[in-house]
Design a protein around this ligand. Structure first.
Ligand code: GKR
Ligand code: MG
Length: 433
């Protein structure tokens, strides 16, 4: 089998005005759909980050990809990712998908996942079984709550309905969470923090605990907006709420900072686990995080860790080091949803409900045949179909492309969006509190 075609579909999908310590989400998020065709007529697909840099990097890989045997992924990994680069791989100062240092990994991942989809289709097996077999038939996801302004995304002429309304206080957090849980059946909750005063965010978590009780694990993730002292204050205030399967995610910048917070909390008898997808983004970070006791749960993500097999290696590494594994997400559609689900199904120690932004996207923009991926009691079951189990709806892809062509920006810039829509003088400062 040989790859004979690579088609890139840059698309834009409506995204509500979600807030995080990075700033504000733009009215449309950018994604790229990758499509590979083989000489025997099989097609494989994947979805990755969007915008010019990502599309150009995939375009640059074309020559290496066309003509290759899709089974020969180790050689492609070496060819695309073995580049000498030094610098900060973390997501401390750059939003996911915009750090040039993980661009090679993102690019490989997009090709790898499309290859695995087409291999699965060629041999008649789901991707999770192609990459070694599943340890579960359905993958749990969490209710991923955001503070947000009113609005459902899109531009004025093409404004989308606002499913969740404005969420800027603890009561609205609880209301939106109930709405999400009623619809999707999620059993764990994550709150994106780093937006309001930490004491208000503490109150949001306490209100969620009061509403949903101790059987629903809680996490809060301010994307390193807090100082070490503030992180200790939040850790102390939420000692009970973040226990029992919850965690405190990237409270402050750097592994050294998180290690210090952990030490100070342990000294007070508080054993809250720390998660990370900001400080821990590549393999060398993992033993360092262990050594500093800074992170107990690593958030994987096939999109920037270098694909599904790298996530499996990460799972193994975390297992060896006695660390837990969870999964990170950014704004995405159904193809990414299924890639995340397939790889999560193969990682035995991925015992936390994975993050997903999926509830924030809408059916109007979905690019898979049959519409949005269906959740069953907060899980996505592995479909009894070959490959990722989904096909592209080309009319929907074309609509996504039209939206992409209409919008003026080609990268994610939450700081600029914040200045445009909320505060003309806004700057991301770390720590903010
Ligand atoms: O979409 O604003 C966002 C999130 O904050 C995202 O960029 C993060 O990468 O979801 C993410 C996380 O840190 O867990
Ligand atoms: Mg995070």
């Amino acid at each position: 089998m040989k790859i004979t075609g690579l088609t890139l579909h840059p698309i834009a999908i409506a995204d509500p005005p979600l807030r995080s310590s990075y700033g504000l989400h733009a009215p449309f998020a950018l994604r790229t759909i990758v499509e590979l065709k083989t000489d025997d007529g099989v097609t494989g697909i994947s979805e990755t980050y969007g915008g010019e840099t990502q599309v150009n990097a995939l375009e640059a890989a074309r020559e290496r990809v066309i003509g290759m045997d899709p089974f020969q992924l180790a050689g492609l990994y070496e060819a695309l990712t073995n580049v000498k680069a030094t610098g900060d791989r973390s997501q401390t100062y750059m939003v996911p998908g915009e750090n040039p240092l993980d661009l090679p990994n993102r690019t490989f991942a997009a090709i790898e996942i499309a290859c695995l989809d087409l291999i699965g289709k060629a041999v008649g097996k789901p991707v999770c079984d192609v990459i070694g077999g599943r340890v579960r038939d359905a993958v749990s996801f969490s209710a991923y709550l955001f503070y947000k302004h009113a609005g459902g995304g899109g531009f004025s002429g093409d404004a989308y309905g606002d499913e969740y309304g404005e969420i800027l206080d603890p009561a609205a957090c609880v209301r939106s969470c109930k709405q999400m849980i009623d619809f999707y059946g999620f059993k764990e909750i994550k709150l994106k923090g780093g937006v309001l005063d930490p004491d208000i965010e503490i109150e949001s978590i306490k209100a969620l605990r009061r509403e949903f009780g101790p059987k629903v694990p809680l996490r809060i993730d301010p994307n390193c907006a807090w100082s070490v002292d503030t992180s200790v204050h939040v850790g102390e205030s939420l000692a009970e709420e973040l226990s029992d399967g919850g965690y405190l995610e990237d409270p402050c910048a750097d592994l050294e900072g998180m290690g210090e917070v952990r030490k100070r909390l342990l000294a007070k008898g508080i054993n809250t686990d720390f998660g990370s997808n900001v400080a821990v983004t590549s393999f060398p970070d993992v033993p360092k995080a262990k050594q500093l006791d800074a992170v107990q749960v690593v958030l994987s993500d096939p999109h920037y860790w270098g694909g599904m097999r790298q996530v499996q290696y990460l799972s193994h590494m975390c297992g060896v080091l006695g660390m837990g594994l969870s999964m990170h997400s950014n704004s995405h559609l159904g193809v990414s949803m299924m890639a995340m689900t397939h790889v999560a199904a193969t990682c035995p120690n991925l015992t936390y409900a994975c993050d997903t932004h999926y509830p924030w996207q809408t059916a109007k923009d979905e690019v898979i045949v049959g519409g949005r991926v269906k959740f069953v009691n907060g899980t996505v079951p592995i479909p009894d179909k070959p490959g990722l189990g989904v096909e592209l709806d080309y009319d929907q892809v074309a609509r996504g492309r039209e939206r992409y062509d209409k919008i003026p920006y080609r990268k994610r810039d939450d700081e600029a969006e914040m200045r445009k829509h909320v505060d003309p003088n806004w700057k991301r400062v770390l720590p903010r509190w």
